[in-house]
Ligand binder design. Structure first.
Ligand code: ADP
Length: 576
């Protein structure tokens, strides 16, 4: 906690921290002096010359007024520190969130990040005034009073000093017991909130699968867990509270007993004994106050822990600025089965796609190639098995994060009736002009942009050919800085220009994990790996040359491609 608080304070606040600590100590000393001044005051009042007490009243007044001044000064510093910390914490957390690896954003972590930014204000601003000030006084005032008692009635001073650590230990144990319960309750609450949101979001899918009954859903399980944690909370808080109040009462009896024994032995007189009992009450006061602060302490600790969780999350090597650019992830299909309705398309598929590699998915029509891309993009969820992105189950990821991970070009292009620039910027509305130009060049769509200028592409891109639409879609996918790039090579527009566009796009996105459903020689040749699918199963996989040498299905496909490529070359020559 101390480490996090220090790291959240802006550097400029460090000197103020020292002044705040010094003021807090002075305030404690003044209050201890004020408490112990009661002893000579009462002695004088009940002594031979009661008017002597006026001197002690004056001293007490001075100590009290000085104490107010110091407290006001400490409070001003405390608020300034709190606001400085809030400002700095929100900025630090926001900056960090823009650099955290996307796969960290599971539904739970996303909720934590949201709370770390949104729900921190009052807790952080009041941290010093409402928490540190009473905490310091509970720790220091009993010790200061104990020390001040030593010259007045040393056995009582010793008892007060010995009692302090015991009382604080009892309080710490109480707080620990309730903190465990609170944490369980807060985890259960967070889970319920997320599950209810998820339950609402996935209604259509659940209803389609006839699983909309809330009691049988994950939301039902989370509600059940919350219910039992509330019960646990009640049971755990009771011993926590009893423990401290028993310790405080024992201390009172012990100290009052010591005073009575001292008076009985004639060490002190009756007025002194009364005054000392007043001092004992003042001694216990700050600790009792602190015990009532424990819920606030818990909530502040939870806020700080959430901030810590965000600050400790794994970040990517890129600085802020390159907003979405995060390191290319590793993708793995583990026993994935999937079908549309009753027709099963993928059967228990295992597939590993290395981080930052390029993979060509090849196979006969209907073998499930496009379906594999749709599953990586999160358009469908596996019926069985799981898809892991950097080892994180993709189904646990927040929907927004899932969307940010993937940039995809599907067979069905979805162009809007705007300029080429408008269409490319769908990928990233904030992309700078040079990024849009670069993407257009890499997708070989710069010629189209030059031809159309500010002209519109027509409804669904009607003013463009099929190949041109595909190339604009590739430029759009490139401009979105997602760490996974998926391209489904158009079968309807297999011209040389498109073939080259796919090759160039794959090449220009070498910092991403790339998967292409490829039909043509050129697109496959540059890929690190080939996966040959048939009937929803992987029948061959390996490097291009390795599979060609193996003389299996891929080698046969490759020969056919070579022949059709040669045919196309001949055809275009005879046209010329
Ligand atoms: P490929 O890309 O290898 O040609 P697909 O993944 O597109 O194969 O399709 C695999 C099988 O799933 C095919 O039989 C196809 O008809 C079927 N299919 C694909 N998409 C759908 C869909 N949206 N609804 C129903 N069936 C589909």
């Amino acid at each position: 906690m101390i480490r996090t608080v220090r790291s959240l304070l802006p550097d400029s606040a460090r000197p103020r921290l020292g002044a705040y600590a010094a003021a807090s100590v002075v305030s404690v000393v003044l209050r201890a002096v004020g408490a112990v001044l009661f002893v000579p005051l009462l002695s004088a009042l009940f002594g031979a010359a009661p008017s002597d007490a006026l001197v002690w009243v004056a001293a007490l007044t001075v100590a009290t007024v000085l104490g107010w001044a110091v407290d006001a000064f400490a409070a001003r510093l405390g608020f300034a520190l709190g606001f400085g910390m809030l400002d700095n914490a929100q900025r630090t957390v926001a900056e960090r969130i823009s650099r955290i690896r996307l796969t960290w954003f599971t539904a739970d972590n996303t909720a934590t990040a949201r709370q770390a930014i949104a729900a921190t204000g009052p807790d952080l601003v009041g941290l010093f005034i409402y928490l540190f000030t009473p905490l310091l006084s509970a720790l220091l005032l009993p010790v200061a009073i104990g020390l001040a008692l030593l010259p007045v009635a040393w056995p009582l001073g010793v008892a007060a000093l010995l009692g302090t650590p015991i009382l604080l230990a009892a309080m710490w144990a109480s707080a620990r017991l309730s903190r465990r319960a609170d944490r369980a309750a807060s985890d259960a609450n967070a889970a319920v909130t997320e599950r209810i949101l998820e339950f609402a979001r996935t209604q259509s899918a659940l209803r389609a699968a006839r699983r909309a009954d809330s009691a049988r859903s994950l939301a039902g399980d989370a509600l059940q867990a919350q219910h039992s944690s509330v019960l646990r909370l009640v049971l755990m808080q009771v011993p926590g509270q009893i423990l401290f109040s028993i310790a405080a009462q024992l201390a009172l009896v012990l100290l009052a007993g010591t005073t009575v024994v001292l008076a009985a032995r004639g060490g002190i007189d009756a007025p002194q004994a009364v005054a000392l009992i007043v001092v004992i009450v003042r001694y216990l006061e700050p600790m009792t106050v602190l015990a009532t602060l424990s819920p606030a302490l818990e909530s502040t600790l939870a806020v700080i822990e959430r901030i810590r969780t965000v600050l400790d999350a794994p970040v990517d090597g890129h600085g802020p600025g390159t907003s979405e650019a995060t390191t290319a992830p590793h993708i793995e299909f583990r026993g994935v089965s999937f079908g549309y309705g009753d027709t099963q398309v993928l059967h228990d598929l295992d597939l590993v796609i290395e981080a930052g590699s390029s993979t060509a998915i090849v196979g006969p029509s209907g073998s499930g190639k496009s379906t594999v891309l749709a599953l990586i993009a999160g358009l469908h969820a596996p019926d069985a098995g799981s898809i892991l992105v950097d080892g994180v189950d993709a189904s646990s990821l927040d929907a927004e994060t899932r969307r940010r991970l993937v940039s995809a070009v599907f067979q069905e292009t979805a162009l809007v009736d705007g300029t080429i620039d408008d269409n490319v910027r769908v990928g990233d509305p904030e992309a700078p002009a040079h990024a849009v130009e670069g993407a257009l060049r890499a997708a070989r769509a710069d010629g189209i942009a030059a031809r159309l200028g500010r002209g519109k592409v027509g409804e669904r891109g009607a003013a463009l050919s099929g190949g041109e639409r595909q190339r604009v879609s590739i430029a759009r996918a490139l401009v979105k800085r997602a760490p996974i790039l998926l391209i489904d090579e158009a079968t309807s527009a297999l011209d040389t220009e498109n073939e080259a566009a796919v090759v160039d796009a794959l090449h220009s996105a070498s910092d991403r994990t790339r998967v292409v459903v490829a039909h043509r020689y050129a697109s496959i040749a540059g890929c690190d790996r080939v996966v040959f699918l048939d009937g929803g199963r992987v029948v061959e996989q390996g490097g291009v040359d390795e599979l060609r040498r193996a003389g299996g299905r891929f080698a046969a496909f490759w020969r056919e491609q070579g022949e059709s490529g040669a045919w196309r070359l001949r055809a275009s020559r005879s046209e010329a």
